[in-house]
Design a protein around this ligand. Structure first.
Ligand code: ADP
Length: 339
């Protein structure tokens, strides 16, 4: 990645004079992972396919992270040997930053929508603890306490404290910005995180959750908190459709099912509900930003469009179909081979 020439804007970005550029290694502004990906991409250039474009992340002097859309063209001799590479770059940091801000605001909006569920999630352990404490106090005032009884109650309280702490911890992690670089992770982790935030609230609202454990080990590449955000959006949307339907049909039994399947190349996560599905005329539009059928102040219309972007950014696809009973969303992600 040694530069033989660079123009003035490049030199300015790197805080050098143009004549200092020859001999400088472009890779020294990249993380090891970015550098590997970059050289890997260059090694695939051939006389038949001499051009390749990617978005690269640079750690530039005086700025935290810059994103450049970078296009390389290999110059080959008659025997097909690579002589040099000519490249053009465009600074995409601002666009990237606005995208990240959009994702972040959508995430905060999701947290807002979940607030009632979370209150429930934390209230539950508080209630259990309160009961335990009331019982212990009653026994104490009667002078009727055995050590075993106290140990049992205190252990119970301790496990409930841990449960509440897990929820709070998780909320904090969820609210954070995603890491700069995508990481391999097991999608089951995102399912677990989603359920830890949502399941109590869903059950509290009378929604039957049908979860099939994945039971297999796979890795996908991206950000676990973002995949969680997608799952939360899908489940919260399903919940809204279900509660809407139950308002009109009081005897209705709402359910959401969440399951995963895999083949050699990809893993698919399915979120399905029996809320009646999506009006076929709207199916095309629901992934558009700001498209919502919910009342002002309830829907932002950002959930699905941001989810779509997140899954696409992970190299996957988010799609939807109506089943006989309701909507059926599918997150399909490419599996990354284990190292
Ligand atoms: P919001 O939830 O803020 O409206 P979204 O982008 O998440 O924004 O969803 C867009 C629209 O898609 C919703 O307003 C709703 O009409 C429709 N929708 C999404 N999921 C479902 C579902 N599971 N069942 C029925 N309609 C759905």
């Amino acid at each position: 990645l040694t530069l033989t020439f660079g123009n003035r804007p490049l030199a300015t970005y790197l805080e050098l004079a143009p004549e200092q550029l020859p001999g400088v290694n472009l890779g020294s502004w990249m993380s090891a992972e970015q550098r590997d990906a970059f050289t890997q991409r260059l090694s695939q250039l051939s006389p038949e396919f001499p051009v390749s474009t990617a978005e690269i992340n640079l750690q530039l002097p005086g700025r935290e992270h810059a994103w450049w859309v970078w296009s390389d063209r290999g110059v080959f001799d008659e025997q097909g040997r690579l002589l040099e590479i000519q490249a053009v770059g465009r600074d995409n940091t601002e666009v990237r930053r606005s995208q990240q801000q959009l994702t972040q605001s959508a995430k905060m909006a999701t947290l807002g929508e979940m607030a009632t569920g979370l209150a429930h999630e934390i209230n539950q352990p508080l209630n259990v603890m309160r009961m335990a404490i009331v019982n212990v106090l009653k026994r104490l005032s009667n002078g009727d306490v055995q050590v075993d009884y106290l140990i049992d109650k205190l252990t119970r309280i301790d496990s409930q404290v841990q449960r509440a702490a897990r929820v709070v911890d998780h909320m904090r992690v969820f609210g954070r910005r995603s890491e700069i670089e995508q990481q391999p992770f097991n999608p089951a982790q995102a399912i677990e995180g989603t359920l830890s935030l949502l399941s109590e609230g869903m059950r509290g609202k009378g929604v039957d959750l049908r979860i099939s454990e994945t039971g297999f080990e796979v890795q996908v590449r991206g950000y676990v908190d973002q995949l969680e955000q997608v799952l939360i959006n899908l489940m919260v949307n399903a919940r809204d459709a279900l509660l809407d339907k139950r308002e009109k049909h009081p005897g209705f039994k709402p359910w959401i099912s969440l399951y995963a399947e895999r083949d050699t190349h990809s893993v698919r996560l399915w979120v399905e509900d029996n809320g009646g599905g999506i009006d076929p005329r709207l199916l095309e539009r629901i992934f558009e930003p700001f498209f919502t059928t919910k009342p002002v102040g309830v829907g932002t219309g950002l959930g699905l469009s941001v989810s779509y972007g997140i899954v696409e950014n992970m190299g996957g696809k988010l799609s939807v179909r109506n089943s006989t009973e309701g909507a059926r969303f599918c997150i399909e992600l490419p599996i990354v081979p284990a190292d």
